[in-house]
Design a protein around this ligand. Structure first.
Ligand code: HPA
Ligand code: ZN
Length: 338
């Protein structure tokens, strides 16, 4: 069992389930679904994971998920994630899925959500990992398409804790989806949004003011705007930071240049997450280990990050208390071993 922050009890709050599709599973599903891949081998596919920005990643991400066709495919995808997550200290996960990326290629919404839901229940039963689903809208598609997706999700409202916004950020500000999010809030869903990954601080302001988000996904560019930092700190709006993702997508040129430490120093409720771990070089425990080393974070900072993950999660109060007690019981001995 690896020591330290890797295994510290934690919640993962920024995880695209389609981004957990490992190359081996891509090949296995392609074979089962009788599809031909444009790569001769797992290794050749993995070698293509060199990205210059968010869009260069998204192109591959959407192409690869084409192998997901059946309810069983979605269930196996999520089951494989939970096995990895458990090894890395995850006791609770809030999982994004991208229904439009599937319905647009003829896979029914029901197929996607039934497959994911069966894995959610199975992981609770087998591993005691709790989890929730967050439905993301693709911001580079129209607001009408997002609204139609919201309609499709209504019969499954109980299985979904909230809605989010992902895909290509630049040129697609949160304001584009103000009405969709207003409706989601009226339906009782929480809201989150990717903002300030590649986009400017103005997009984070819009996410807060127009989409009424409970958390900001990424949000790293918020540090460019002191008034925004003050707002995030004063209102304790969590940021779901994804360090290895940020380096792979060249938001930061090097992990040692990452501003996660500054965020903590500024009193922001920052959390550490894996985003698309199959593509970015590690799951959430790997992200903890990498930032601990690159940023020379103190054991207390790592515990703060784990605490923040529970504070920022959508679990009920009793569950949050239970997880915080688990964390208290697990440290500081373990965190000191990083
Ligand atoms: N950013 C935006 N959209 C995404 C990402 C991301 O990092 N991963 C999957 N969809
Ligand atoms: Zn993301």
């Amino acid at each position: 069992m690896p020591p330290g922050a890797f295994a510290l009890p934690k919640a993962e709050l920024h995880l695209h389930i389609e981004g957990t599709l490992e190359p081996e599973l891509i090949f296995a599903l392609a074979e089962r679904n009788r599809l031909t891949l444009p790569y001769p081998s797992v290794d050749a596919l993995r070698r293509a994971y060199e990205f210059t920005d968010l869009q260069s990643f998204l192109d591959l991400y959407y192409a690869a998920m084409n192998v997901l066709r059946t309810e069983r495919d979605f269930a196996e995808l999520a089951e494989a994630y939970f096995v990895r997550a458990r090894e890395q200290g995850v006791v609770h996960a809030e999982i994004f899925f991208d229904p439009q990326a599937h319905t647009a290629r003829g896979v029914a919404f029901e197929t996607v959500i039934d497959g994911l839901w069966s894995a959610v229940r199975e992981s609770e039963r087998r591993f005691g990992i709790s989890s929730k689903l967050i439905m993301c809208f693709l911001r580079d598609r129209s607001a009408e398409s997002a609204m139609a997706t919201l309609d499709q999700a209504l019969p499954y409202g109980e299985r979904i804790v909230g809605v989010g916004l992902d895909s290509a950020e630049l040129g697609h500000p949160p304001s584009k989806f103000a009405r969709v999010f207003e409706r989601a809030l009226a339906e009782g869903w929480k809201t989150v949004a990717h903002a300030g990954e590649e986009g400017p601080p103005a997009y984070v302001w819009e996410a807060l003011d127009l989409l009424k988000v409970s958390r900001v996904d990424h949000g790293v560019r918020s540090l460019e705007d002191p008034a925004l930092v003050a707002r995030l700190r004063d209102e304790r709006i969590p940021l779901t930071v994804c360090p290895l993702s940020n380096v792979k997508l060249r938001v930061f040129e090097d992990l040692r240049r990452h501003t996660l430490g500054t965020m903590l120093d500024e009193g922001l409720v920052a959390t550490v997450n894996s985003d698309d771990p199959a593509y970015f070089g590690g799951y959430v425990g790997d992200n903890f280990t990498a930032v601990a080393e690159a940023l020379d974070l103190a054991p207390s900072a790592l515990v703060t990050l784990a605490r923040n993950s529970f504070e920022a999660s959508f679990v009920d109060t009793a569950t949050r208390e239970r997880y915080l007690a688990l964390l208290d019981a697990a440290q500081p001995e373990r965190a000191a071993q990083v």
